[in-house]
Design a binder for this molecule. Sequence first.
Ligand SMILES: Nc1ncnc2c1ncn2[C@@H]1O[C@H](COP(=O)(O)OP(=O)(O)OP(=O)(O)O)[C@@H](O)[C@H]1O
Ligand SMILES: [Mg+2]
Length: 283
Amino acid sequence: MSTDTLTKPADRGLPTRVLTLASGSAGSGKSTLAGALAEQAAAHGRTVCVIGLDRQRDVSRLLGYDDPDADENQLTLIDVVDGLGTLDQALVPGRHSKTKEPIPNLWLVLESDRLDSLSLKLAGVTAREMWLQRLLPQLIGRFDIILLDCPGNLDLGTQGALIAATEIVGCTKSQEKEARGLTALEDKIADLHKSFGVMGMRDGLDWIVIGEGVTGISQGKVYFDIERQVREAYGDLVVQPTIRDDVKVPESYSASLPVTLYNPKTEAAIAYVKVGKAMKLYD
Ligand SMILES: Nc1ncnc2c1ncn2[C@@H]1O[C@H](COP(=O)(O)OP(=O)(O)OP(=O)(O)O)[C@@H](O)[C@H]1O
Ligand SMILES: [Mg+2]
């Protein structure tokens, strides 16, 4: 384990991209995408920080930390909101969940099951939707990429990440529920933009990733049609390729590894690598 791997990145004046992965619907592939893009961007030499905002703690688990709440000395995001420490102090290296070997260039701020108390903690705070925007400056300039993995709702956690984003990534599957989640996300962005546009908030989606598509009409015309409708409605915003339904994804999920680490040769892993490239996260 080299010291380099464990030295927190200094401010190098990098033009940090803050990508918020969100959806109005749960289970739309956000955490799978966050894990895969983070792992790949780091493997391509980018300095990456992942901040999960979900009490389910999926992306923390995929990037090496099964139970961030088990260690009471470990600062997590909600502790930073509580003022118990800074985001910098909360940074931990991403690691391989089985071997615990650090993943070079990859850092995390861990999630906690106490994240559901966010609204309560911020009650009475002026412009509380800006909670994450107020914390992030400590990390800007130190990372090429910050990925914010939102929970499957549009509550205060997600709202903070939408306001803090330099790019908003809408995640969906080719199914009715998840596609409707995109519309709900757009409505929320438009609503927040009325108040926070003057602060530089994005005014719409920058990317859409279809995270579990069907391969052909034989797998279900309805699903196939929904994917077509999403592409028609959003055009170039929809990243190529669609990630197809692949059993290796739930398998990698159970193994607590990004699918790109679990089995780089599987179809989904190859597609995620291309998605990251299409989003210009690496060459
Ligand atoms: N391409 C795929 N093929 C098969 N299963 C997939 C694929 N992508 C995601 N899944 C499965 O869908 C489920 C939801 O994925 P994931 O947790 O990434 O979504 P999410 O949007 O983060 O969910 P939540 O809203 O709960 O945070 C997981 O069980 C995952 O394994
Ligand atoms: Mg998730």
